[in-house]
Design a protein around this ligand. Structure first.
Ligand SMILES: Cc1cc2nc3c(=O)[nH]c(=O)nc-3n(C[C@H](O)[C@H](O)[C@H](O)COP(=O)(O)OP(=O)(O)OC[C@H]3O[C@@H](n4cnc5c(N)ncnc54)[C@H](O)[C@@H]3O)c2cc1C
Length: 520
């Protein structure tokens, strides 16, 4: 076994495989003068999962880093702008029950926590409207930027909704044609190397043995290298997060020029929730549910009823695709010279679109910390495992928060979700603390937290949580500053809403501006 780590082999050509390839290739192939190679092998026989349409704002820096033009990405992937999620029916299920978790942080977030000051006026204005312009931008189906705003820049923070199949195709083309990634379409039939030693090579159907120094397992739920070959255990978290099934539909728009929502819609159901994502060409609508609480047939009926309830939409001729999954993650992600990324590392319901952002963070960390030699790889692996175990735990806490704060009791699913034994101790502690102090920077200590205290604030106060905070009366030292921030936010919201184009309008303009060669 050679000591230098130069040959990176990625197994799997879904979003995880190609994003990892792009991040590694853009960082290492050209800079190493060709010493580092990135090879991606994917099976012609095993389909990609083909869902995964909601992203996180990190996707903008990821795409820019790998050198993709935003115009090309938006056009090729039927992508649209996403500014957050609107949760409907999660608190009581009543007609007026909805709140936003937007991507912009609250006004003054760097220095002043506005929660206590907002609480004094909570009957008059929602938390999101008091501290952010983004709820109103989303209400108007508006874009997060102007036509003249540069690529990847924003008026208000945004991510994307995208067509997962088209995204993998675009990344494939970009990585092989512009970044020097070698692509092999073949099935991996065996792994050479003892389970207690490093992987030396992969046996393939028609391409001989494929040698490498570092192997990245992006084989989806199969987890062929880390799970099957190395036998790294799976931490099942269905005790906390019950959803283990999904039914997915692709629904045509009622009219080709109707508005495109600028946020993911997440609507609570009797045993889960329905996602509704507007792309430029269609809507992606699906039901994520707990098979312990509802049958597939009953879930399908709820899904169809949701689609029928949308103006001009019809689900009669559409057949949903069923996907089963086991909520949880591997006990570790990097073992010897193999690291698992994407579904091969684990999966949790897509409530906050946390899967692709984890792939981006994984690709980034592997790329930034790529061990130069085998002798230091175990040190990097240990760090990587610590960071990612922390991240999975934080995501589990944050997803569970949405269920714990619900007051719905109309089905066993919602009642079971609030049972104390299903709530991680870490989340219970935070909730106890937040009765007396609102979420703030000290609650989360990592540099790249996926869900910062800003996200917790939006969900907690969107769902009616109350904090008995100290020092927020009119006599408080920061009261004047808080009132100034509220007033500024209101003014800014009026201005932004009056000036931003519609989401569809801007996306259509961007599409028209793309020449056939794919250049602006
Ligand atoms: C219902 C649902 C909704 C989701 N929604 C979101 C969302 O909104 N946002 C989000 O961020 N994520 C979402 N996800 C997750 C997201 O879809 C995945 O994280 C993402 O697509 C990455 O998948 P992957 O590349 O790991 O796996 P896959 O797409 O399954 O790819 C696996 C690859 O491995 C290859 N392979 C397998 N076996 C072999 C073999 N023996 N030899 C060679 N190649 C092999 C296959 O050919 C394929 O190319 C969702 C997932 C589900 C199930």
């Amino acid at each position: 076994m050679k000591d230098r780590i130069d040959r990176i082999v990625i197994v799997g050509g879904g979003s995880a495989g190609w994003l990892a390839a792009g991040l590694l290739a853009s960082e290492h192939i050209a800079r190493s003068g060709g010493d580092v190679s990135v090879t991606l092998i994917e099976s012609p026989d095993v389909k990609t999962i083909g869902v995964g349409e909601g992203t996180w704002p990190t996707m903008r820096s990821t795409l820019r880093k790998i050198g993709l033009s935003e115009t090309e990405f938006l056009t090729e992937c039927s992508a649209s702008f996403k500014q957050g999620t609107k949760f409907v029916g999660w608190v009581t299920g009543d007609d007026d029950d909805s709140y936003y978790h937007p991507f912009t942080v609250p006004a003054g977030y760097a220095t002043l926590n506005l929660v206590p000051f907002w609480q004094a006026q909570r009957d008059r204005v929602s938390f999101v409207d008091a501290v952010s312009v983004q709820g109103r931008v989303c209400d108007g189906d508006l874009a997060p930027k102007q036509e003249t705003t540069p690529e990847y820049a924003a008026v208000v923070n945004y991510a994307y909704h995208l067509d997962a199949g088209k995204f993998a195709e675009l990344l494939h083309r970009h990585c092989t044609e512009r970044l020097g990634v070698r692509h092999i379409l073949d099935h991996v039939t065996g792994i050479n190397g003892e389970p207690d030693g490093d992987i030396e090579s992969l046996s393939t159907g028609n391409s001989g043995d494929l040698e490498g120094d570092l192997f990245i397992d992006c084989t989806g739920m199969a987890s062929m290298l880390l799970g099957k070959h190395y036998g790294i255990g799976y931490r099942d978290r269905s005790d906390v997060l019950f959803n283990d099934s999904a039914l997915a539909l692709q629904v045509p728009y009622a009219s080709p020029d109707g508005p495109i929502a600028s946020q993911t819609l997440s609507t609570a159901q009797s045993a889960g929730w329905i996602w509704d994502i507007g792309l430029t060409t269609r809507r992606g609508i699906g039901y994520t549910y707990s098979s312990r609480h509802i049958t597939d047939d009953a879930a399908e009926q709820e899904l169809r009823a949701y689609v029928e309830g949308l103006r001009g939409m019809n689900a009669e001729s559409l057949e949903p695709r069923k996907i089963s999954f086991r909520p949880g993650h591997r006990e570790k992600f990097w073992h010897r010279n193999c690291v698992a990324v994407g579904m091969a590392a684990g999966f949790l319901e897509p409530l906050e679109a946390s899967a692709l952002v984890l792939v981006e963070l994984a690709g980034k960390m592997i790329s930034e910390e790529l061990p130069a030699s085998r002798s230091v790889m175990d040190i990097v692996a240990k760090r990587y495992n610590d960071v990612f175990l922390y991240r999975w735990d934080r995501i589990i806490d944050f997803l569970k928060l949405h269920y714990v704060l619900s007051r719905r009791s109309d089905s066993q699913y919602w009642i079971d979700n609030r049972k104390p034994e299903t709530i991680p101790e870490s989340l219970q502690e935070l909730l106890r603390l937040w009765q007396y102090q609102p979420p703030w920077h000290n609650d989360f200590s990592q540099r790249e937290e996926i869900f910062s205290s800003a996200s917790y604030q939006y969900v907690l106060y969107g769902m009616g949580f109350e904090t008995e905070a100290r020092g927020s009366g009119p006599e408080s030292r920061s009261a004047g500053e808080a009132q100034r921030l509220f007033a500024e936010n209101k003014q800014m919201a009026n201005k932004v809403v009056a000036n931003l184009p519609g989401n569809r309008e801007l996306l259509m303009k961007i599409g028209q501006n793309l020449s056939p060669a794919g250049e602006r």
